[in-house]
Design a protein around this ligand. Structure first.
Ligand SMILES: Cc1cc2nc3c(=O)[nH]c(=O)nc-3n(C[C@H](O)[C@H](O)[C@H](O)COP(=O)(O)OP(=O)(O)OC[C@H]3O[C@@H](n4cnc5c(N)ncnc54)[C@H](O)[C@@H]3O)c2cc1C
Length: 342
């Protein structure tokens, strides 16, 4: 039987033996493209680098992939730009895939452009959509001009066509019945001593408090209109009462009111799709709105009746956000107390 060409490769990310969710999200898109794009011939491969990550190779083989390229070496335990881009360059030059996809995480945002430069090809970063046109070219969709237009980027003259995809843009696909082939690569021929210029000794990670934004059914988002760190505390109380998570806009982050950059929503932050999104004191700039467009019910509280946020909301409240949040907290607590008293 003729070998199946592997047109799309997904470079997956693992941190301390755990797969990044965005890698699986991207795998789902790669599988969708090979199944639906008639102009694209070939299958899907994933590339996994790490140390003793055979169980992850097994796990990945269940997501509709034809092949898992697995490169295992103690020197690949932690992501390093030089070593990872060196291994990937040699593998890509040997196998010549058409398309190379990454998650736009901190590591992915560094690795993808480094590899693109080493391979002298193009990269579209932070894509929110992927397609294949009638000529078999990858259509990489990237929000531009603050999310007002969706630019379509092509890479017609060089290969591979490379894209990084924002975490949370796509849903995690289901595992499939069949399994892809796992090919353990000889690390010594792909990883050279000259690649090891830096070594990560250890990774210390502090766990963010509370529910991650991407997993919350209720997102309470605050903007510059919340006015102060003290008022911000009200949003945190409301999120706690509703078992939700607090998100923010860029100005609220810059003011230092928030829990950190990981809570920013929008084109340079996270994409969320909660059942309920409540925006408080947010103008509704396209940069922020792009990150919430797939939410269930969108409610915004803004004292300006003409704020752009009101235009894309299911419910608009023209009022002082602090007062509305205080009133909600009071009502929730009163109802809870009543139930307890019964
Ligand atoms: C390249 C680039 C990328 C960006 N990426 C992002 C991103 O990912 N995410 C993001 O959020 N931003 C991003 N921004 C910034 C973005 O363009 C906007 O400036 C930002 O979203 C506005 O935040 P805001 O709504 O909190 O503030 P403002 O625009 O200042 O709006 C504050 C709102 O609060 C209202 N308000 C004031 N007081 C009250 C009150 N007491 N009660 C109720 N309402 C009140 C006002 O009427 C106003 O509408 C980006 C900008 C650039 C240039």
């Amino acid at each position: 039987m003729a070998e199946k060409r592997l047109a799309i490769w997904v470079v997956v990310e693992q941190n301390q033996g755990k797969l990044a969710s965005v890698s699986i999200e991207v795998l789902g898109q790669a599988a969708r493209l090979v199944e639906t794009a008639s102009a694209l011939s070939g299958g899907v491969a994933v590339v996994l680098l790490g140390d003793q990550v055979g169980d992850l190779a097994e796990e990945l083989s269940a997501y509709g992939v034809d092949q898992v390229y697995w490169v295992d070496d103690p020197r690949l335990k932690h992501y390093q730009n030089d070593s990872y881009s060196g291994v990937l360059q040699r593998l890509v030059e040997r196998e010549k895939p058409d398309i190379l996809l990454f998650g736009a995480t901190g590591a992915g945002e560094e690795l993808a452009p480094t590899l693109a430069a080493r391979l002298s090809t193009g990269l579209a970063a932070h894509c929110t959509g992927l397609d294949v046109n009638a000529d078999g070219q990858l259509v990489m969709k990237v929000p531009a001009f603050g999310g007002r237009v969706l630019g379509e980027i092509f890479c017609p003259n060089t290969r591979p066509q490379m894209a990084s995809i924002k975490p949370g843009t796509f849903t995690v696909p289901q595992r499939r019945a069949g399994r892809g082939e796992i090919v353990r690569e000889d690390a010594s021929s792909l990883l050279l001593d000259t690649d090891i210029r830096l070594t990560t000794v250890d990774v210390l990670q502090s766990e963010p408090l509370g529910l991650p934004l991407e997993k919350a059914d209720v997102v309470i988002a605050g903007g510059y209109g919340m006015g102060s760190k003290k008022n911000w505390g009200l949003l945190e109380q409301l999120a706690a009462e509703l078992q939700g998570a607090v998100g923010c806009t860029r100005p609220a982050l810059d003011e230092g009111w928030t829990a950190g950059e990981h809570t920013m929503i929008g084109t340079s932050g996270k994409t969320v799709r909660p059942k309920v999104y409540l925006g408080c004191g947010i103008s509704g700039a396209a940069h922020h709105a792009a990150g919430i467009k797939d939410s269930g019910v969108i409610i915004n509280v803004n004292r300006d009746a003409l704020a752009p946020a009101h235009a894309y909301s299911d419910y608009c409240v023209t009022a002082d956000a602090k007062k509305v949040v205080e009133a909600l907290l009071e009502e929730i607590r009163r109802t809870k107390n009543e139930k307890r008293g019964r």
